[in-house]
Write a protein that binds this ligand. Structure first.
Ligand code: COA
Length: 437
């Protein structure tokens, strides 16, 4: 390797993490790019450190900094929550930012969320000295560009993903060389029952009926957005402008269903800012000129989203009340996930010519004992999509088009797509509220 200064920057993980001081905010590379070796070395130092804030989006490894023994040494700041930190957050051992994915980069740039040390997981430098942020650009690239110090683990198994997705090796303070597979995450839950699969299929068919040839799609996080992809095989000339995608998209690209030819903004490119998936998608996006990774600040900007004609956003929800308020990030006061890009895409799709935002979910959960359509949201539930933003709600019972509808019309439409066993109770409550008469 003939990159000037590269060799002099290579140190052990123990040496690299010495740059972290008490009181610092450390930002970790997220999703499948979690910098595991550096994080372990950082946590090994816990007794020497106090009040180090550890900020990041979704990660899937065990998160040692939320272990109860780390209290006072590290405090996690969740920008989106996954299973590895959820318990700590809801036991009062971690903090949470209610924030749009599109806005996090702005908070960093404006100094509202200053980053002292950015910890990255990169591909090796090319002949010009540029390392790719690999499978995850999202807010990490913006964090690195504004951080006081950057340290990185460099891994030949990290794909070199194209787009505005590179950092020059000269920006790195220390490098730790590793050679290991990335953690893999499947969006398909192996425990999904046959009944659940049938529900997903019905929902996917309703969603598919609203997608025209030439549309551009966003798929959010969760079971439904990914489940819809196999039902789009008959479509033509679809485009992708999405904060994330997973393994399911590859088949549609291979079949020529997704080609981006009709996109009105960045045509012929799959525009995204990260993947959550397995080696299948990691290999596919490696050095692939079709793939254009950019920061969430760009991809999730509702103005950029709206530049795609026929933009269709597909996201999910935890609860929806009879007026159309959508909770997607919490179960009452218990934080479950985060805003992510849901409202960014709802608003972008709303402004797109021919666009539509879809929120799709099974009508019930926990074996039909809980309705996801409710008279009022649970106490403390967070509204992610407001009732003025909501457009199309889909369950296995059909499509409720709430856009431009009164409260009374919404109540009727939502009861029609609720599970039959909850409809009478919903109607009774709506009458009590004088939302139905
Ligand atoms: N009451 C009680 N429990 C509920 C519930 C409700 N209303 N809704 C869901 N749950 C439970 C489920 O039973 C399930 O529990 P289990 O893990 O014990 O089986 C768990 O919550 C997950 O529900 P599920 O419906 O499988 O979620 P999902 O993986 O399909 O994700 C969201 C759905 C809404 C949580 C997910 O899309 C999300 O986090 N969205 C955030 C905002 C967003 O959309 N951003 C854009 C993409 S970043």
């Amino acid at each position: 390797m003939s990159i000037p200064n590269y060799k002099s920057k290579v140190v052990s993980a123990e040496e690299a993490v010495k740059v972290i001081k008490s009181g610092d905010r450390v930002q970790l590379h997220a999703n499948n790019a979690y910098p595991d070796v550096l994080v372990e070395a950082m946590c090994d130092r816990y007794k020497e450190l106090e009040n180090v804030k550890v900020a990041h989006l979704t990660t899937f490894h065990k998160a040692p900094y939320v272990d109860p023994k780390m209290a006072g040494h590290f405090v996690h700041e969740a920008l989106f929550t996954a299973g590895n930190v959820r318990k700590a957050l809801n036991e009062g051992r971690a903090d949470f930012f209610p924030v749009f994915l599109s806005e996090i980069g702005w908070l960093i740039e404006l100094g509202k969320l200053p980053i002292d040390v950015c910890v990255l997981h990169l591909s090796p430098p090319d002949e010009h000295g540029y390392c790719s942020y690999g499978v995850s650009n999202e807010i990490t690239k913006t964090g690195a560009e504004n951080a006081k110090i950057i340290i990185a683990q460099i891994n030949p198994q990290m794909p070199r993903v194209l787009g505005d997705n590179f950092i020059h090796v000269s920006k790195l303070k220390y490098i730790v060389e590793v050679d290991k597979p990335l953690i893999e995450v499947s969006m398909v839950d192996a425990d999904t029952s046959a009944e659940e699969k049938l529900v997903y299929q019905k929902i996917a068919e309703y969603i598919s009926s609203l997608i025209c040839d030439g549309a551009t799609l966003q798929m959010g996080i969760g079971a439904i957005p990914d489940a819809v992809l196999p039902f789009l095989k008959e479509k033509r000339n679809l485009g992708i402008h999405t904060e994330m995608f997973s393994d399911g998209l590859i088949e549609l690209i291979d079949l020529g269903v997704v080609n981006g030819e009709k996109k009105s903004f960045l045509p012929n490119k799959v525009v995204s800012s990260f993947v959550i998936g397995t080696k299948l998608v990691f290999d596919y996006i490696n050095n692939n000129p079709l793939i254009e990774f950019r920061s969430s600040k760009f991809v999730n900007d509702p103005v950029n989203i709206s530049r795609n004609d026929n933009m269709v956003s597909i996201n999910s929800a935890i609860q929806v009340d009879l007026s159309g308020q959508v909770c997607s990030d919490s179960m009452g006061t218990r934080i479950f996930s985060g805003f992510g890009g849901q409202l960014d895409f709802v608003r972008g799709a709303m402004r797109s010519k021919g666009g539509r935002s879809i929120l799709a979910f099974p009508s019930t959960t926990k074996n039909d004992t809980i309705s996801k359509i409710v008279p009022t949201l649970a106490l403390g539930a967070g509204v992610v999509t407001t009732r003025a933003d909501v457009m199309t709600i889909i369950t296995e019972y059909g499509i409720a088009d709430l856009y431009g509808k009164t409260l009374r019309e919404r109540v009727k439409l939502l009861i029609d797509v609720a599970h039959p066993k909850f409809r009478e109770e919903l109607e009774q409550k709506a009458r009590e509220f004088k939302w139905l008469w």
